[in-house]
Ligand binder design. Sequence first.
Ligand code: T3D
Length: 262
Amino acid sequence: MTETVLTTLVDGVLTLTLNRPEKLNSFNEDMHLALRAGIERAHADPEVRAVLLTGSGRGFCAGQDLGDRDPRKGGPAPDLGQTLDTFYNPTLRLIRKLEKPVICAVNGVAAGAGANIALACDIVLAAKSAKFIQAFSKIGLIPDAGGSWSLARILGEPRAKALALTAEPLMAEKAAEWGMIWKAVDDEALMSEAVALATSLAAGPTLGLGLTKRLIQDAATNSLDQQLDLERDLQRQAGRSKDSAEGVTAFLEKRKPEFTGQ
Ligand code: T3D
């Protein structure tokens, strides 16, 4: 059987490639479980120091496989709250909680939950031809997979509401201009840029990068006082790491640091 998520580990970068290209990498249960297993591995495996998420074929991910939601097949309407609890939400939480950088290379259309999984990643690069679509309103649903949360925070209400209510596609360059993603790059350059970025982060001070990720995420809900306290606590931890000692030593010795991730 074809693997629904292709997995490689090279130079500390765990690349997870959504792999149902004939369905624009939309999610069936198998792909949900395989993606979650990949992120769980990233949590558990010290060899993994960064994650790169992308899609095979011409799309990144078209969200839920609607073939699995066909009302014409009869039976009771599915409990979509339960499918969010069972499949999407655990993966979203795992991505956000992973104290290692997660880079997303959006190689083509990202629709519905596919768009919002991309937005949950730490650094998003997209091919210039890629577009982001909050497709939910077209099928009578509401933005999920964290989209209502991330869009409102990243873009503010006016743009978040317009994207969610109209389901209008947002091209990668506009998404970058709006600050929704990090960069739009030429299609041919996407994977080489994404791999170079992920590889350089994987060679970085993983513990400090992980704490930095937590700090920035927590800033959204912390007061300044809480954030200052958190910076104090996490800096204490970072300052005791082997990589911090190596970074300072390398600076003083005028050489490149060799971080081990500890
Ligand atoms: O249900 C729950 O568990 C709740 C959670 C929901 C989360 C969600 O993500 S809801 C939103 C679901 N996604 C969508 O509504 C997007 C549906 N797809 C589209 O609107 C379009 O396909 C795109 C705008 C993404 C791309 O359009 P285009 O013209 O580039 O491609 P296409 O021709 O529409 O699609 C190519 C093939 O992929 C096509 O198959 P075919 O005809 O060649 O055999 C198409 O049916 C298939 N495909 C695309 N998206 C899905 C899909 N098949 C199943 N599910 C899809 N989501």
